[in-house]
Write a protein that binds this ligand. Structure first.
Ligand code: DX5
Length: 220
């Protein structure tokens, strides 16, 4: 089985001090930091331009991934790589030519990944599993943190896992949305090994470090 990775979403962090917040997350032992990039068109919310991420890049060593919830990922991808994101996650629903877009990200020496909204079938990524390092199965409808986990995504994660294993692909499965102590076990059992948590990390009364280690233990 693939190593468990706990990846925080910075969405619930204090936006007035994102550099310090990234340092706190790194000290809490996270594996990567996810920037939820939203353009106000593909999803009804607007968050980080590349300059915000670039401003935080040198505050920490931990890798950054950009979850591009944007209408036109081809337009912006290079900017987020330049800003310091080692992995770019493109929504299958937004790339007119997903196969080409993922190849272009690899050509920028970044790690390509693809995301599926809850209603999008696994089949949408069947023909690009050889191009990606990770598939993100959304377990909420993207746009906001703090939403309820959509448990019906677990069979979808299991189906994707089967596709990856049968094809012999070296691909991680990430889930994002509503992941916390009560839901992470089901997501991991279904086959997810990269788990994104936002609000669950910040609401742990014992702090980020405890939240990260507790989630990691529940996913193992
Ligand atoms: C979806 C966002 C959220 C965020 C995590 O638009 O991407 O899923 O990462 O939010 P929580 O963990 O609070 O559901």
């Amino acid at each position: 089985s693939r190593p468990i990775q706990i990846v925080p979403s910075v969405l619930p962090a204090d936006f007035s001090k994102l550099g310090e917040e990234c340092r706190a997350l790194e000290e809490a032992g996270v594996d990567r930091i996810q920037w939820d990039v939203m353009d106000g068109v593909f999803v009804p919310n607007l968050t980080f331009g590349p300059d915000v991420i670039a401003a935080c890049r040198d505050h920490v060593e931990v890798p950054f991934e950009a979850h591009l919830m944007v209408e036109d990922p081809d337009l912006l991808a290079a900017r987020y790589v330049e800003a310091g994101c080692g992995m770019l996650i493109v929504h299958a629903e937004t790339a007119r030519h997903l196969h080409r877009t993922l190849g272009a990200i690899r050509d920028m020496d970044a790690s390509p990944a693809v995301a599926l909204n809850p209603s999008t079938p696994v089949d949408a990524v069947r023909h690009v599993l050889d191009l990606v390092d990770m598939v993100l199965v959304m377990t909420v409808n993207p746009g906001f943190g703090g939403q309820d986990y959509i448990a019906t995504m677990e069979p979808k994660v299991a189906e994707l896992r089967r596709l990856i294993v049968e094809g012999g692909y070296d691909v991680d499965i990430e889930v994002d949305g509503g992941i916390g102590p009560g839901t992470i076990g089901g997501a991991a059992s279904a086959g997810a090994n990269v788990l994104v948590a936002g609000s669950a990390l910040y609401r742990d009364p014992e702090g980020l470090g405890h939240a990260v280690s507790d989630l990691r233990a529940r996913a193992e």
